[in-house]
Design a binder for this molecule. Structure first.
Ligand code: ADP
Length: 498
């Protein structure tokens, strides 16, 4: 039996895991960096331990320190949340070797699925359709050009070790191939420490549909239906929902059985997600497997009534799945809006500052998973996700109306957020009728942003973020006129997209 869980994460997901621990009478132990010493997860956990400086590499990613801490405090298990070390096979291996239970899959499954080309190879041999392209990193320009010609332009060059929507480059024609390849390899090396890049056909206007799977240590596998995560900005999800309006019974059957095949192919146990792109003709292609709890897991919880974190803990304790596939059905409709601290008008540059006001929505059908409260500090060190607002309704229109109400009630002062932008999306015809695809934000939203704020190239955005980080760092180390070391924050969140 698990008695104490060390939560190797921060923010809303750490808070989410603390709540599951509390319901199971398990002691929750948080860890925190310098920047997080006053954070909500630290105050809510039963125990909290300082792990190191603010930079993630020295705190939330420091494997030896974290494993040592887990042993020292007598943790029986580690929950990694998502991001940080959750998909780091070396970390999971170190936990396995320490005798502490890892709440997630075995390290070998994570290693297999962590490399995109290796995963594509495995899927191709397991009756899971993959996006046309290469299943090995490019090592000959001529061979690669030949493949690109065969599958037809446009293509995408993708980093084998990519993640977080980064390391992708669209190539429109063969003229651009060589220059794009060297740029993509350089970017991949800088971002992921490996210059390996491979080819995927660029799928025009697809939907991003993913399947939640869950498996125990006894060979039982189940799926928990699909989520539609097509509302994205810069390849990162903003609004997710379950079920998908686009998926009919026949497609659901195909997607879920492909997902179970994918999980079986890598000997998977615990919760995981298989991501697919689905084109207008309902052809679907494996994109990747996320070998961890997903940010958007609450929408699945609301339509199935399951608590995925509690299921994860039970599986890690060696218990069989608490349900049979045939007992699970879709009940109503759920939507999630990710509330980020960011300046929507300025290419979504992260916004930092002290939270001065946090008036959260509530009422029937509304769930708020948050990592902040009044007086939290939103620093530049970590992902800008503040809160997830999740709405449930008996049907999709009801869930949308509830979400609109909740977002209208939600007030955050101290940093800029995307709350108003999310509300705007919910009101658009393409969203209401379900015809949106992964390019919705780019094609429908971005043209509304005044030109002076728009960067022509994604690189400009990266430069802006780096510049902002440098400026903020400089300001933080210099006391201002008031003697306050923290930069003055932005003001109210309201932006005119209503
Ligand atoms: P990451 O691991 O960085 O999240 P993914 O491979 O999961 O990268 O892709 C993230 C998003 O990028 C997808 O949801 C989709 O919007 C877009 N994308 C990825 N591959 C393709 C493709 N072959 N064609 C069109 N869009 C793609």
């Amino acid at each position: 039996m698990i008695k104490k869980i060390l939560i190797v994460n921060r923010g809303e997901i750490a808070v989410r895991i603390i709540k599951a621990c509390r319901e199971l009478s398990i002691t929750s132990a948080a860890l925190y960096s310098e920047a997080d010493k006053d954070s909500l997860h630290v105050r809510l956990a039963d125990e909290a331990y300082f792990i190191g400086p603010s930079a993630s590499s020295e705190s939330y990613l420091n494997i030896p320190k974290i494993v040592d801490l887990a042993k020292k405090i007598g943790a029986s298990a580690i929950h990694p949340g998502y991001g940080f070390l959750s998909e780091n096979a070396d970390f999971i291996k170190a936990v396995e070797e320490s005798g502490i239970i890892f709440i997630g899959p075995r390290s070998e499954s994570v290693r297999l699925m962590g490399d995109k080309t290796e995963a594509r190879k495995l899927m191709a041999g397991s009756e899971v359709p993959i996006v046309p392209g290469t299943t090995s990193p490019i090592d000959s320009i001529e061979e690669a050009k030949k493949t690109a010609r065969e599958i037809g332009y446009p293509i995408l060059l993708k980093a084998s070790a990519g993640g977080g929507g980064k390391g992708m480059r669209k190539v429109a024609s063969e003229d651009e191939f060589e220059s794009s390849l060297s740029a993509a390899q350089n970017e991949a090396l800088k971002a992921f420490g490996s210059s390996d890049v491979y080819i995927e056909k660029y799928i025009e206007n697809p939907k991003h549909i993913e399947v939640q799977i869950i498996a125990d240590h006894h060979g039982n596998y189940a799926h928990l239906f699909e989520r539609d995560c097509s509302i994205q900005r810069r390849h990162q999800k903003v609004i997710e929902e379950a079920p998908s309006t686009f998926v009919d019974g026949e497609l659901r059957q195909k997607l879920t059985s492909a997902a179970i095949n994918a999980a079986k192919a890598c000997g998977y146990y615990n919760a995981g997600t298989i991501e697919f792109l689905v084109d207008k003709n309902k052809n679907f292609y494996f994109l990747e497997m996320n070998t961890r709890l997903q940010v958007e897991h609450p929408v699945t919880e609301l339509i199935t009534g399951l608590d995925l974190v509690k299921e994860q803990i039970a599986i890690a304790e060696g218990k069989p799945l608490s349900f049979r596939q045939e007992d699970i059905y879709i009940h109503g409709h759920a939507l999630e809006c990710r509330i980020y601290a960011e300046d929507v008008d300025n290419n979504f540059v992260p916004s930092t500052g002290h939270i001065k006001l946090h008036r959260r929505p509530d009422g029937i059908g509304i769930r708020v998973d948050t990592g902040i409260d009044p007086f939290s500090n939103v620093s530049m060190f970590y992902d800008p996700l503040l809160t997830k607002v999740i709405a449930w309704g008996r049907n999709r229109p009801e869930a949308i109306e509830r979400m609109k109400r909740a977002l209208g009630e939600y007030k955050i002062a101290g940093v800029l957020t995307n709350i108003a932008a999310c509300r705007w999306v919910l009101k658009q015809e393409e969203f209401k009728d379900g015809s949106f695809d992964i390019n919705f934000v780019e094609n429908v939203f971005m043209p509304l942003i005044p030109d002076k704020w728009k960067s022509e190239q994604a690189q400009d955005y990266e430069d802006a973020v780096s510049l902002l980080a440098v400026l903020l760092k400089a300001r933080m180390s210099e006391p201002g006129p008031s003697g306050n070391k923290v930069p003055k924050s932005n003001n109210w969140t309201s932006k005119p997209y209503e």
